[in-house]
Design a protein around this ligand. Structure first.
Ligand code: GLY
Length: 377
């Protein structure tokens, strides 16, 4: 088992990475539970695969488990479901010293984390992430939120979990498309700060996606360790270091908005294409070599992720996409910080990007496909 410590002002905890952790959830969580019972939030899809082993683990330990099952999907990450969950937790008489378990992907983790942050002014929670995206990104670092009004994650809190159990067996039951989307966040750690890890992804990504256990464990443990270092240095995204984790997210956010935050483009797919666009935009600004940007695009495409804007069939132009970015929650005093690249593994935050420059670039990217994928002039 890999154990990665995360140390922040808001809390210190372990991320444990191994196969079989859910089947021994009671044993792993017991030191953090004060009562002979567990309160567990999940969604109906995850419950189909993982409720029975988790329930059995608590039953074998002589503990009851109480379940709150959300409807699957991003629509559940809502103010209404947050209210329903809080009411249920209050009815169950969950106290400040108790720990709530979040079993599932990003939606379950983000919603449960926010409920834990609010309940009785803050109680503990344990993340049991079951998607690759949640294991390498959203379950670590304490960002919790629900979607609100026009935007994603607009209402939330920083609230660190007390423990994260990343069970690699959970990846076996993921639909391949969702696994690939989570893999985009793995590649992101290489592109933003670790050229050697990016080269490892190029060499081992296919085996990871095909189901090999060793590269899966390495990818999750390495990504979590990278995130732990960043979060320890900048828990609340104030110094610019944590903001580097948003590589690909500003372009990606615009693409998600243009596709209606729907299954047409999963978050991880938007991040993959967003990373390619950030790299090509950096190359266009003369910051990195075009060959470096195309190397990223080639690995994204080889991983079955979208690497060309033209393939999305968007019915809008660069100006409309750039306008979506202005609603991004990362807006800072009227400017939108972009994560750009000086090379693979060398991300930095640039506050000088004008929306009109991005719009022109995106028009060229849309045209690039129409012109038979020729290089933009
Ligand atoms: N997912 C980006 C972050 O945790 O900062």
């Amino acid at each position: 088992m890999a154990v990665i410590p995360v140390t922040t002002a808001g809390g210190a905890y372990e991320v444990r990475v191994a196969r079989g952790l859910l089947g021994r959830a009671a044993e792993e969580c017991a030191p953090l539970l004060r009562k002979r019972e567990a309160v567990i939030v999940t969604d109906a899809n995850v419950a189909r695969h993982w409720r029975a082993p988790v329930e059995a683990s608590f039953a074998a330990a002589g503990m009851a488990s109480h379940w709150f099952e959300l409807p699957p999907g991003e629509a559940s990450k809502s103010w209404a479901q947050l209210g329903a969950l809080l009411e249920w937790l209050l009815a169950r008489e969950v106290e400040r010293g108790d720990a709530i378990l979040a079993l599932g992907g990003g939606m379950v983790g983000d919603l449960t984390g926010l409920a834990a942050a609010l309940l009785k002014r803050g109680c503990r929670f344990i993340q049991l992430p079951t998607t690759l995206l949640a294991q390498v990104d959203s379950s670590v670092g304490g960002k919790t939120a629900v979607n609100f009004g026009v935007g994603k994650n607009l209402v939330g809190a920083f609230h660190q979990p007390a423990l994260v159990l990343a069970d690699l067996s959970a990846l076996d039951t993921l639909p391949p498309r969702e696994l690939r989307a989570g893999y985009a966040e793995v590649v992101k750690y290489g592109v933003l700060g670790d050229a050697e890890f990016f080269a490892w992804c190029e060499a081992s990504g296919a085996a990871l996606l095909a189901g090999d256990a060793a590269p899966r464990e390495h990818a999750v443990a390495h990504s979590v360790a990278a995130k732990a270092r960043i979060v320890a240095a900048d828990e609340r995204e104030t110094s610019g270091r944590r903001a580097l984790l948003n590589l690909g997210h500003t372009f990606g956010h615009a693409l998600e908005a243009a596709t209606g935050f729907s299954d047409r483009l999963l978050h991880g797919e938007a991040v993959a294409l967003g990373m390619v666009l950030a790299a090509r935009f950096s190359a266009r600004r003369g910051l990195m070599a075009t060959a470096g940007a195309e190397r990223i695009a080639a690995h994204v495409a080889a991983s079955g992720l979208p690497s060309e804007l033209s393939t999305l069939g968007l019915a809008c132009d660069g100006r409309t996409l750039a306008a979506h970015m202005l609603h991004d929650k990362k807006m800072d005093a009227g400017a939108l910080p972009f994560v750009l690249l000086r090379g693979i593994g060398e991300a930095f935050l640039d506050r000088s990007v004008e929306p009109s420059e991005v719009a022109g670039f995106l028009d060229d990217e849309i045209g690039r496909g129409m012109a038979g994928r020729s290089e933009p002039s």
